[in-house]
Structure formats: C-alpha cells, structure tokens
Design a protein around this ligand. Structure first.
Ligand SMILES: Nc1ncnc2c1ncn2[C@@H]1O[C@H](COP(=O)(O)OP(=O)(O)OP(=O)(O)O)[C@@H](O)[C@H]1O
Length: 412
C-alpha cells in the first residue's frame, strides 16, 4: 500500500484527524466465517481455494485505512472486488467479521442499536444508485423525509428542504413527484435528501452508474462543487476509473477484497503498486493526471527569470500548452516564487511514461481527466481506451421505495 500525500483539506504539515479509522477489517460470508480471519492458513488462501475449502467468500480481507476529515475518498475496483461490502461495513449495514472500526474515535463495533441508528441517520448518510424516493411524495417532501424521521417539525424541515433543493439545482421543481423527473434529477433529489440531515460524511454507493454519460458528468461536477463549497467528507464507490480519478482526492483500489493501492490519482497513475494497477491505469492520459511537480527540475538563474509561469498543481497537459506557446521552458511558480522549471523533454517524458516522480505530488490530488473514457469493463478487465459507458442499464433508474431515506435495515 502506498503512502498517500497530504490532501488539501488539511493545513500544510498538519494531518487532518480521521473521520473513519478502519483497522484490519474482514467481512467473510459463509459458514463459520469467524474462523477465516482467525486462522492464518485460511486467511492466506486465494478466493477460489477459500471457497472450495470452506464454502466462504472473503468480501473484505484485512483492510486498513483512514478517511480524513474533508476529503473525497474513493473506493474503486471491478465488480465483486468488495467495494459495497466494505462501505456498508462502515455503518454496520453489513456486520464486519473481525477488525477495528471507529468514527471520530468512537468504536463503531461497540455501538448499540440506538447509537447505530443515530450514526446512520445523522452522521453518515448514504446515497444509493436506486434513490429510494417515495413516489407519492413531492420533491420537497422526499427531501424533508430524513428530517421527518428525525422528528424535526414541519415548518423547519420544509425550510431546510427548500434550501437544500436549491443547493442541488432543483429550484422550481419542489412540487413535482419523482415520476415527473429525469434520472439525473431524481439522483439530485436523493443527494438533497442525504444532505438535508447535514451528515458529517456522505457515503455514495455507485450513485451515478445508471445515468447516461452526460448527466453522469453533470452529477460528478455537482459533487465536486458541493465538496468545494462545503468541504464535507465523502466516501464514493465506483467501478469507473475515470470517475474515480475525477472525484477522488485519494483512491483505494480494491481487488478480491484487498486494497492493492491507496493513493492520490497522481500516485496511482504515476507509481502503480503492481502489475495489476499498472494494467488498470495504462490507458489513462497521464498528462491530464500528472502535475508539473513530477516533471520539474531546478531552474538556472536565467530560467528563473524567464518563460511562462505555471502553478505547481497545473497538469502536465496545461504546461505542454504553455511551453508550446512560449517556445521555451515554463517556470513553476508557487506563491510568487519560482520553485523550478519544466521543459518540453521532461513533459514528454511524463506523457511517454518514462519520467516523473509521482511521490513528489502535492495539491488536492484530484485529477481533471478530460474526455478520456478509462472505464472499466464488466468482464474483469479494464476497458482499453474504450468509450465504454458505465456498467448497468442506461435507463434512468426508477424510484425504489424499498430503500427509503434513513435506510437502516441490517443486511447481514
Ligand atoms: N450476502 C452475501 N453472501 C455471500 N457472498 C456475498 C454477499 N454479498 C456479497 N458477496 C460476495 O462478496 C464479494 C464482494 O461483493 P461486493 O458486492 O462487495 O462487490 P462490489 O465490488 O461492490 O461489486 P459490484 O461493483 O458488482 O457491486 C463478491 O464475491 C460477492 O459475490
């Protein structure tokens, strides 16, 4: 697992306190599941061996990480890699088999039913792919629903709901019913409902995978905007590398229940931890993810006074444009000070994958991947430079009253 760079939400040099701390977490499905993490021999088996020896599936295997306050933490991996199980374990919608889990230092595994309900309703709200909207209620009342089950009075919850509806761009649609909205608009209602309870953390379980690519992009922008405005901690599950790179400040890449790499987009693309990750990211346009820090060298006295200026977190792609226009190396300027220089050779080296040191990366880590479609196929392989749309149906998902706000049913 790679060490992650500090994210922008922490003051320089100060590590933000974790919201979630996950330590050696396991979730094993199947008979006598507890024996798997407890027995080193069983714990070391491959998924297929484990299944044939014990009939068990280890959906989450000895996973440890922190979600820092104010960050967008993405859990990414192919279908079946354990993403949903892991994120559902965070609020014990799925009961972990073993390991440690805390929110703001409080032991989640020791919480009683009342405390758990409080956790799910107030502190960590989930946004699902199927929005769980109540079909006979208006947009406003759907958004107010989470507050209603918290016992907030009608006038107050309607005022709060109206404010959040406006925040997600649904002003004027307050009196519509879910069936009168597009898929993207319904997802905005789902998002507004989660936001209305003002949770400390928003947990997104592939919320946009049923949306068509343009609306999906709009919703991603919406999440980025909301995060910029509010700085709320977000945990976002996706199987789409492009989405992960666009949204994530840090990404946990999962395979067979394990986290194979945890890092900023720049670290994952620039320094893949193993061949699996390398294969996963091989078609990502590196120049759109890597920043100029990876290509920077010390400036000579003459260079420090000449050439176009770029910020340290400018992408290599932006620097290429600056260098091409000016016909000379660009200065990397941080707070008015020249901290280095990037020339065309170094920039090309990053594009070609033969230069650059991702570990030098800073900034908010979030990549601005443009038109690339580094989507992951359903067949277990990253889709090579394909224009593959997201997995799942392209039809707008319909309301699923079975998954209403404040969903605190225990799954396992
Ligand atoms: N209730 C269950 N009982 C038995 N096995 C399960 C159960 N839920 C999940 N699994 C298995 O655990 C593994 C991880 O599943 P999970 O749904 O967490 O993966 P995922 O990465 O979220 O997949 P997807 O992207 O398809 O939703 C899979 O092998 C799955 O079959």
């Amino acid at each position: 697992m790679s060490a992650a760079a500090p994210v922008s939400s922490a003051a320089p040099g100060v590590a933000a306190a974790p919201v979630f701390s996950v330590d050696g977490l396991w979730k094993v499905f199947g008979p006598k599941a507890e024996r798997v993490p407890a027995d080193p021999e069983l714990a070391a088996l491959t998924p297929a061996e484990l299944r044939s020896r014990t009939g068990c599936t280890a959906a989450v295997r000895n996973v440890s990480f922190d979600v820092r306050k104010g960050e967008v933490f993405v859990v990414m991996g192919l279908s079946g890699s354990g993403k949903s199980t892991l994120v559902r374990c965070l609020t014990r919608l799925i009961e972990p088999t073993s390991g440690g889990l805390a929110i703001d230092g409080e032991d989640v595994l020791a919480m009683d039913k009342t405390r758990l309900r409080e956790l799910r309703r107030h502190r960590a709200a989930m946004v699902f792919q199927h929005f769980g909207l109540l079909p006979h209620r208006t947009v406003l009342d759907n958004v107010a629903y989470g507050l209603e089950i918290q016992g907030v009075g009608k006038a107050e919850r309607r005022a709060k709901a109206a404010e959040v509806v406006a925040k997600v761009g649904l002003e004027g649609m307050e009196q519509r019913r879910p069936g009168q909205l597009s898929g993207g608009q319904q997802q905005r209602v789902g998002l507004a409902r989660a936001l209305a309870v003002d949770p400390e953390v928003l947990l997104f379980d592939e919320p946009f995978s049923a949306l068509d690519p343009l609306i999906r992009r709009d919703m991603q922008e919406e999440v980025i905007r909301l995060h910029r405005e509010e700085g709320r901690t977000m945990v976002f599950i996706t199987h789409d590398l492009n989405e992960a790179l666009r949204l994530g400040e840090r990404i946990a890449l999962m395979r067979d229940g394990r986290i194979v790499q945890l890092g900023t987009p720049e670290e994952i693309v620039g320094s893949p931890a193993d061949d699996y990750v390398r294969e996963f990211v091989r078609d990502v346009p590196r120049e759109q993810v890597m920043t100029v820090r990876t290509a920077m060298r010390t400036a000579s006295a003459e260079e420090a006074g000449n050439g176009p200026a770029v910020a340290p977190d400018a992408t290599v792609s932006e620097a290429i444009e600056a260098v091409a226009r000016a016909g000379c190396a660009a200065r990397v300027v941080d707070s008015g000070r020249c901290v280095g220089v990037v020339d065309s050779g170094a920039l090309l080296g990053v594009v070609a994958g033969v230069g650059g040191d991702a570990n030098a990366a800073v900034g908010d880590g979030r990549a601005s991947v443009g038109g690339s479609q580094a989507a992951v196929g359903d067949d277990g392989a990253p889709a090579r430079g394909s224009q593959a749309p997201a997995r799942g149906s392209q039809a707008p998902a319909k309301a699923d009253p079975g998954l209403a706000a404040g969903d605190d049913e225990e799954v396992a």
